[in-house]
Design a protein around this ligand. Sequence first.
Ligand code: G
Ligand code: MN
Length: 339
Amino acid sequence: MLFRSASPAVYLELARHLADRSFGGSVALVSGADRRLAETVGHLIEAHALRFAGAWPKPLSKVAVARMLAAASVPKGVKPSAAASPQISLQQLQCGLEQGVGLEAWFQPKVAAGSRRPVGAECLARWREGGVMVSPLAFIPMAEEHGLIDPLTQQVFQLALRQAGTWMLRGHHIKLTLNLFMDSLVDISLPDRLLQWVAEAGLEPVRVTLELTESRLMDQPRATLEVLTRLRLNGFGLSIDDFGTGHSSLDKLKLLPFTELKVDRAFVHGASLDPVSSVILKTSVHIAHSLGMTVVAEGVETEDDIAYATELGCDELQGYGVARPMTADALARWLEAQA
Ligand code: G
Ligand code: MN
C-alpha cells in the first residue's frame, strides 16, 4: 500500500488502523518529514508487526514508485520466536541439572580486529534435549524463575573451564569469557569458588573474563559490588555486555572496575550505513579507550561490519561474520584451522 501524506502523524494513525485489521502488506512512507523522524515512524510501524518498506523524503517518480511497490510486495516474513522453537519442561530442566545431562557449553570465537587472529571465545549455554537444541531463551528465564540459575551457572562454568584447560594443553592460548547476570551476584562465596574451579582446570584468572549484564535493576547493589570487586582483585577481567542497551549504561562504568566494553550489536551491525549507530559506536570506542578498556564489537555479520568496526578502532570482533557459536570440539578444529 502506498500512502502519501505531508504529515508523519497521519502514518501513526494509519499504522494503528492497519494493525487492528491485521494488514498483511507493506507500508511505505513518502513524506517531507525530517529523516530521523521518518525512521522513527518506521520503527513504530514495525512495532505494530507491520512490514516497513522504507521512508522517502520527496515525491517519487513513476519509476521509483514501481520499484518501491515491487519491493514492498514481498510477503511478510514470520519472525522466529522463543515460543516457536523447541521447549523443555521444568522437570526436564531440574532432572537434567541434577544428573548433569542436557546442559552444554558452546563457544563463539573472538578475533583481534586487523590481524583476525583468534584471541578468545565466549561460552554460551545450550541445552540438548532428545537430540534437539533448545534456545537459552527457553531455559534461562525458567532457571531464574525457579531458583535454578546458580546450579546452572556453576555447571556451565565448570564445563567451559575444563574445556579451556584442554585448549591450553593443545597450545591454543585464548581467553575464555563467561556470562554472569549482575543481579544474581549476591553470593559472597562466588569469587572463591570461581578461583577454585579455575585452578582445577589448570587456568589462571587473568585468562578468564566475566561478561556482565543486568536483566533487572540490581536489588542488592552492595553485595554485588563487593563480589565484583573481589573478582577483579583476584585477577578476573570484567566486561560490560550489551553496552548501550538496558541497564548496561554509563553509570555502571563509573561504579565498577570494568576492563572490557562490549558494544551491543544494535550499534555494530549495519553501523557504516546508519549515522546514529556510527556515532554511538565511535563514542563508545572513545569512552572505553579513555578509561583503559578493551573494546569488543559484537554482532559483526558482514565484511562491511568487520571493516567498519576495525576502522573505528574496536580491538576485538565477535559475530556470525567471524564464526557462529559451536561445540567445544568444533572450536578446537576451528582453532587448528586458523593456526
Ligand atoms: O549479548 P551476548 O553477547 O550475550 O549475546 C550472545 C548471543 O548472540 C548468542 O546467543 C549468539 O548466538 C548471538 N549472536 C552471536 N553473534 C551474532 C551475530 O552476529 N548476530 C546476531 N544477530 N546474533 C549473534
Ligand atoms: Mn555475552
